[in-house]
Ligand binder design. Structure first.
Ligand code: LLP
Length: 410
């Protein structure tokens, strides 16, 4: 979102006019920002052969997936349905990596039948996989390197207590299963957390992964996962992409020399590509003063954007209806029957009932984590591309809430 001539615009389109046209609450995405982020990452890793597999759990609207594919990206999926969405968006099976965790062997078999690249994150499944397929299907193994990375514990996935991956300390067991079934390991993977800003920790994880990779003679690529941080708060540090890209490229090229074959780098960014591209626009229902504070109650809640309540995540908020209003403190809350505060005591330009508030950085894990809690419909989604706004998902209605219910006569 940009401030142009005292109006907030998204991809060149006036944000308030989007609310007039499509209503509130509404998610709006800007393709120009997704492109900017993709190109930044692509450039940062230009020193090594690499593939960018967009982690579509962050935002999986098919129109967005199509756009991201048009940039040259592949896709990382965590469920069969994400694979199906990707295929509907035009991704071929060769472009899709399937990185599930704790799924059934049945689900794995269905993914194999779809022909996508397979990433396995535990030994019991690997054993079953080996028995069924032997070495006929090339496989990536997710490693848990036991490092603490990421913005907070809830989104940290590579530490010793995490459910994800095969522990680095289980190398012997891993090799025994691989050998017993002649499994064809072509890659090792790690994803150690989300919102990692520290280059050192990424490089440390990479060293551990390379060390593990030495055990697999058929190795073709190293998958370093996602987790690159973007700035959420004003003044926040983003991940130093250029620095990390250059260092990882150098390290992997060195490893390629040692192996005598070119090893590719795979990356799985989610937030990095889409977080800043998304803005969530809501309308203020009520401004309520209590002896403790002033609440700005909006027509949304944890059902639409759960990150502040679930992770204590900071989302920058702007009152886009009253740019010149005096700054005052508001606790911005939702209409859900829970304490669903988006922000406590936040400085905002004076908020009046009816004003539109804009949440920044709402592109990743906003809509995809939304629900119908309190029987509230999910919001609409709009994509702005080349200065034109397209509705890419209609607002849900009562019909959607009733869709799967079966009324029994008791
Ligand atoms: N690859 C794998 C295997 C992952 O599990 C994830 C995210 C990603 C890539 C992409 O991570 P990113 O680049 O978006 O950080 N809902 C949380 C984030 C959970 C991330 C889950 N896995 C949030 O809203 O902060």
């Amino acid at each position: 979102m940009e401030l142009v001539n005292n109006r907030y615009t998204i991809g060149g389109v006036d944000a308030l006019s989007l609310v007039e046209e499509f209503g509130a609450p509404i998610y709006v995405y800007d393709t120009a920002i997704i492109r900017r982020q993709y190109e930044m990452l692509d450039t940062a890793f230009s020193g090594v052969r690499h593939k960018i597999k967009y982690a579509c759990k962050a935002l999986n609207n098919i129109s967005i997936l199509k756009f991201i594919r048009s940039l040259g990206a592949g896709l990382d999926a965590v469920s069969l349905n994400e694979i199906h969405l990707a295929m509907q968006a035009g991704f071929t099976s060769q472009e899709i990596m399937y990185t599930p965790n704790c799924v059934s062997f049945e689900e794995l078999k269905q993914a194999v039948a779809l022909g996508v690249a397979m990433n396995i994150d535990n030994l019991p499944l690997l054993e079953q996989f080996g028995k069924e397929y032997g070495g006929s299907i090339p496989l990536c193994i997710r490693i848990n390197p036991h490092i603490m990375a990421g913005g907070n514990l809830k989104i940290s996935t590579g530490h010793v207590d995490s459910k994800f991956g095969v522990s680095v300390h289980q190398l012997e067991e891993l090799l025994a299963v691989v050998e017993a079934h002649s499994i064809n390991v072509v890659a090792v993977h790690m994803h150690t957390g989300s919102e990692i800003a520290d280059a050192e920790i990424i490089l440390k994880g990479a060293e551990i992964l390379i060390e593990m990779a030495r055990n697999f003679p058929n190795l073709q690529y190293l998958d370093f996962g996602g987790g690159m941080k973007v700035a959420y708060k004003p003044g926040d540090k983003a991940v130093p992409t250029l620095d990390i890209g250059a260092k990882l490229a150098e390290r992997v090229n060195e490893f390629s020399k040692e192996r005598g074959r070119e090893i590719e780098v795979w990356l799985e960014p989610g937030k990095f590509l889409v977080s800043e591209a998304g803005t969530f626009l809501v309308r203020t229902n009520v401004v309520k003063r209590t002896p403790a504070r002033t609440f700005a109650g909006v027509d949304s809640g944890l059902n639409h954007l759960i990150r502040p309540m679930f992770y204590d995540a900071y989302h920058h908020i702007a009152n886009i209806s009253n740019l010149t209003g005096t700054q005052q403190q508001y606790t911005v809350c939702g209409y859900i029957c829970e304490t669903d505060n988006f922000a406590w005591d936040r400085d905002l330009a004076e908020v009046r009932e009816g004003d539109v508030l804009a949440f920044h950085n709402a592109g990743a894990y906003g809509f995809t984590m939304s629900s119908q809690y309190n029987a509230r419909p999910r919001p609409a989604e709009v994509l702005v591309h080349n200065g034109k706004a397209h509705l890419i998902r209609t607002r849900e209605t009562l019909e959607d809430i009733l869709r799967n219910q079966i009324v029994v006569e008791l």
